[in-house]
Write a protein that binds this ligand. Structure first.
Ligand code: ADP
Length: 586
């Protein structure tokens, strides 16, 4: 919560009633979405309904023990985040209180209530290097200087969006805290490294563009079959044990985003603890620096009730937009949007609103889409290009994708990675079901893959999809009559499909080489299997029995391409060997 917000406290009211995270107050002078401080302890909340003299507030902290006639104060301002250097490497709670600062304040890992702490360190000095000089004209959004925020990230100090801009009359390099003026304009505007922004409002950009570049993940099934664009949206439903955590770690580590914002939204306490403990241990494989140097974690702590899940989501996306404005590609991961939806359901039922499907409020779809709409590939206000990609985990109860949160999310997002408990049980990882998953970005990203990888990228992918589809159909027959009853060409198709699954779709996140697969290597593996396919069918046509084709020694080596460093030479060699061994058969 920002300092400024605290300073401008207005009219008092009193609590009329308390129902879990929902508090009603009487006599409060407040507007919709104002931040208020509730009760003797000053718990933070947000106005969500006003009816005559009664104001309804969702409170972001535990309300037990809070009772009628305690005071309520309005700040007269909406929920804002503090933006400035120091957000990388930070771990925040749902209202951007840094967890380490809070812990220090209370000397305990169990957060007390009503404790306030600014989202960025107001004292710390940063090394400011101007990028403009006295006499230069700067407009809203323009960069006036940089700060080495972490070993990985250069923070760009921008003219705030609500400034008019003008001629620079004073600017100097040196060490400054975020509240000190680093540049002055001729109209009297003073630029600091600190901005505030209301979380429910998208930060302005010049233009939202059609995304045309993939957010390369280094995961074959994603890049190869179901790519997400930079600035795109994806949903990943994760039944327990299906590999949700591993997939998210892989994306955080390998996706070619400059910055990762990870929102842990109301997941069970231990899962969140896992993230808070795991992430600071991880290295950024691309730079060797700590992964946290380009990551911001926002985590709901166990004492934060449901309402804070919502503020988590909005805080996260606002921070993501701020780095986008600097011209960075940001990936935001929200885990899990189902918990946020459940929070909406709980608040809505306490407000006695008319329930929609399965008790979720009628505005569930609108809220979800407002959130995902803040993703995109943009020309920023200062003319740079930046993107926010949003990957939302969904946790459908019992893995049932027909429930409202999954269904509403599917209507919005353009990429769907369906994690599958059955595949995970069979140890097929990543357990992403290729029959159910999809990406609507394929066509618009194909030109990038053609230009940057290979001309027939799309044709090769289509070949793989066709073979996997055919396998899917044949499996039904196999279950009825057994594989041996199939004609030989179909048996061979099943064999090819098996290699597609084992050599191409499966990928071991824990193998030092296989953990990341470049688009070139992804393509290479696919074409190696395709080459085997073509030679194998030639052999079949020449009368070689399918068992003999399947039995050639070289074929199983296809499954080892993923773990090869020198995969190009390996594939060359393997193709030659496969051809030779098959041709010997006829
Ligand atoms: P969830 O978070 O959905 O409960 P996890 O991500 O913890 O599931 O995955 C469960 C287990 O599955 C992991 O401990 C790991 O053994 C295995 N696993 C998941 N994804 C992969 C992968 N890509 N490569 C190898 N093993 C994986």
């Amino acid at each position: 919560m920002s300092q400024a917000t605290q300073d401008s406290v207005r009219e008092d009211g009193v609590i009329a009633s308390v129902s879990g995270p929902v508090v009603t107050a009487r006599g409060l002078d407040a507007r919709m979405n104002d931040v208020v401080y509730v009760g003797d302890e000053g718990l933070m909340g947000e106005v969500i309904e006003i009816e005559g003299d009664l104001t309804t507030i969702q409170v972001y902290e535990e309300t037990s023990g809070v009772g009628p006639s305690e005071p309520v104060e309005s700040t007269g301002e909406p929920l804002t985040v503090d933006l400035g250097p120091g957000m990388m490497d930070a771990i925040y709670d749902g209202v951007q209180r840094p967890l380490d600062v809070l812990e220090e304040k209370m000397n305990s890992a169990f957060l007390d209530r009503g404790v306030d702490a600014p989202g960025i360190d107001l004292e710390k000095k940063w090394e400011f290097e101007p990028t403009v000089s006295v006499g230069d004209e700067v407009a809203s959004g323009d960069v006036v200087g940089t700060v080495p925020e972490t070993v990985t990230i250069e923070h760009k100090v921008m003219v705030p969006p609500d400034f008019e801009g003008g001629e620079v009359v004073a600017i100097e390099d040196g060490e400054f805290s975020v509240t000190e003026t680093v540049a002055e304009l001729d109209n009297g505007e003073e630029i600091t490294m600190h901005q505030e922004w209301p979380v429910r409002q998208a930060r302005p950009a010049a233009e939202k563009k059609t995304p045309r570049e993939p957010l390369v993940s280094g995961q074959r099934i994603l890049d190869g079959l179901f790519p997400i664009a930079k600035g795109g949206t994806a949903a990943i439903p994760g039944p327990f044990g299906s590999g949700k955590t591993v997939t998210q770690h892989q994306l955080a580590k390998w996706a070619d985003a400059d910055i990762v914002v990870y929102v842990g939204c109301g997941e069970r306490g231990n899962e969140m603890t896992e993230v808070i403990e795991d992430f600071p241990e991880l290295d950024d494989p691309k730079t060797g620096n700590p992964l946290m140097a380009r990551t911001c974690l926002i985590a709901n702590t166990s004492n934060m009730p449901v309402a804070a899940r919502e503020s988590c989501i909005y805080t996260g996306i606002t921070i993501a937009e701020y780095y986008r404005d600097m011209g960075y590609d940001v990936a935001l991961m929200a885990d899990s949007t189902s918990r946020w939806a459940e929070a909406m359901r709980e608040i809505s039922s306490r407000l006695e609103e008319m329930p929609g499907e399965e008790g979720y409020p009628a505005y569930l779809a609108a809220r979800l889409s407002e959130f995902y709409e803040r993703a995109g590939y943009f020309t920023t206000v200062n003319g740079e290009e930046g993107s926010v990609s949003v990957i939302g985990a969904v946790s459908p109860p019992g893995g049932d994708f027909s429930e409202p949160v999954t269904q509403n999310t599917l209507r919005i997002v353009k990429t769907f990675w369906a994690l599958d408990a059955d595949l995970a049980e069979r140890r097929h990882f990543p357990a992403i079901n290729w029959n159910e998953s999809y990406s609507l970005y394929q066509e618009q990203l194909d030109p990038w893959f053609v230009e940057n990888v290979e001309d027939d990228w799309a044709e090769e992918r289509q070949w793989a999809v066709d073979v996997l589809d055919e396998e899917n159909e044949l499996q039904e027959i196999v279950q009825l009559v057994g594989k041996d009853a199939l004609p030989e060409d179909q048996q061979l198709t099943l064999e090819i499909a098996r290699y597609l699954r084992e050599a191409y779709l499966q990928q071991n996140a824990f193998h030092p080489t296989d953990t990341y697969c470049s688009p070139e290597k992804t393509y290479g593996i696919l074409t190696a299997i395709h080459a085997f396919n073509d030679e194998a069918f030639k052999a079949l046509e020449a009368g070689v029995p399918v068992e003999e084709i399947q039995a050639i020694e070289a074929a199983p080596r296809l499954n080892r391409i993923g773990v090869q460093e020198d995969w190009e030479a390996y594939i060359e060699d393997l193709k030659a060997e496969i051809t030779e061994q098959l041709r010997e058969l006829y």
